[in-house]
Design a protein around this ligand. Structure first.
Ligand code: CP
Length: 356
């Protein structure tokens, strides 16, 4: 693959190959029920949606991505409450971009200190006010339990946009969307042994919410993966998994193996997922500074790199112009994935699934 092929692929909205829009539409309509079931659902964890629902979401996301200006009004009259109590570039802006692109209005909170929480207001009361002011909430909070507290009071749907070291489900959905955009054949029936892919994940599942959610999402599609290699700092005494996490993933069919040597694994990895931010209490630490990917790394020739970003020293910029760079496509696709999810959650799927 050349660099120009890769650029073409990155921009090409081809999660379903060259499927004619009418074929795409038929596929969405045939299983439209799965999308309609998302109506008013809270999205808290990446394994709460079944395979069919996720596939339908990816199809709708592809429909949006293949014609980004076609649907400018499905969310007209709807208001999003975008509450980010912890820094974010991609998640907040891509959710807000998604909502804007579909014609909705937004109220954005970027600092809890500007709300009544700074004066001791409880989250239940904040949630009660949200019921009056908006139609959907996207919440990022470094406190893991905030989303659960608010859900008890909310009558409008809420999306977990990252809660401490726990989960970041729409990031994982975007990661999967990128993988299936790269390899749409994985969704065409049961993958053969030759089709199944080997994926490496650099990180610590116990403390990285992106990794925790990604592994749960991969487990939903476990028949697409030959092996998942967890690449971690073997000299660390910190727990790699939280209690029961590994057992649950293996029970769902993921074959997990382990390594402390990234370069040794790279030549056989179809997908390398790297991330460095691990959450500890209210703060974060960068993990595994000894792991680095750069243009000289022994990557498989047609292997791709995913990274939820923001990046640090672990991902060199000299990879940006190579065919291995799928992390920018991953970030771009997140807008369309979120457009699809939001449309369904606020009961506007009917306005798009019947339209070519
Ligand atoms: N991927 C991700 O969560 O990035 P942000 O922290 O910028 O939202």
């Amino acid at each position: 693959m050349t660099v120009s092929d890769a650029s073409f692929n990155r921009e090409r909205p081809d999660v379903y190959g060259d499927a004619h829009p009418k074929a795409l539409l038929r596929a969405i309509q045939e299983d439209g029920d799965y999308l309609l079931k998302l109506s008013n659902e809270h999205i808290v964890s990446s394994d709460q949606l079944c395979k069919n629902t996720l596939k339908q979401l990816f199809r709708l996301a592809a429909k949006y991505e293949s014609n980004p200006t076609r649907f400018s009004t499905p969310l007209q009259g709807k208001i999003l409450i975008s509450a980010f109590y912890e820094p974010s570039t991609r998640t907040r802006l891509s959710f807000e971009s998604a909502w804007h692109r579909l014609g909705g209005d937004i109220m954005s909170i970027t600092d809890r200190a500007t709300t009544g929480i700074a004066k001791g207001e409880c989250l239940d009361d904040v949630a009660e006010m949200f019921n009056n002011y908006g139609d959907c909430v996207v919440l990022r909070d470094n406190k893991e339990d905030s989303i659960n507290i608010m859900m008890d009071t909310l009558r409008i749907p809420i999306i977990n946009a990252g809660n401490g070291s726990d989960e970041h489900p729409t990031q994982a959905m975007s990661d999967l969307y990128a993988i299936f955009k790269w390899r749409p054949d994985l969704l065409e029936g049961k993958p053969t042994e030759d089709q199944r892919i080997t994926m490496g994940i650099v990180g610590r599942p116990a403390k990285m919410r992106t990794v925790r959610s990604l592994l749960k999402a991969l487990a939903v599609f476990s028949d697409c993966f030959k092996e998942i290699v967890i690449i971690h700092d073997t000299s660390s005494d910190d727990a790699l998994f939280s209690e029961g996490q590994r057992e649950e993933l293996e029970a769902q069919g993921l074959k997990l193996t382990f390594s402390g040597n990234l370069d040794q694994e790279l030549p056989r990895l179809d997908v390398t997922y790297i991330n460095a931010i691990a959450w500890e209490g209210d703060g974060f630490e960068t993990y595994g500074s000894k792991f680095n990917l750069n243009a000289s790394s022994p990557l498989k020739e047609d292997g791709i790199i995913l990274h939820p970003l923001a990046r640090g020293d672990e991902l060199d910029k000299d990879l940006d112009g190579t065919p291995h760079n799928w992390y920018f496509s991953q970030a771009r696709g997140a807008v369309f994935l979120r457009m699809a999810l939001l449309t369904c959650m606020v009961q506007r799927a009917g306005r798009v699934i019947d339209v070519v």
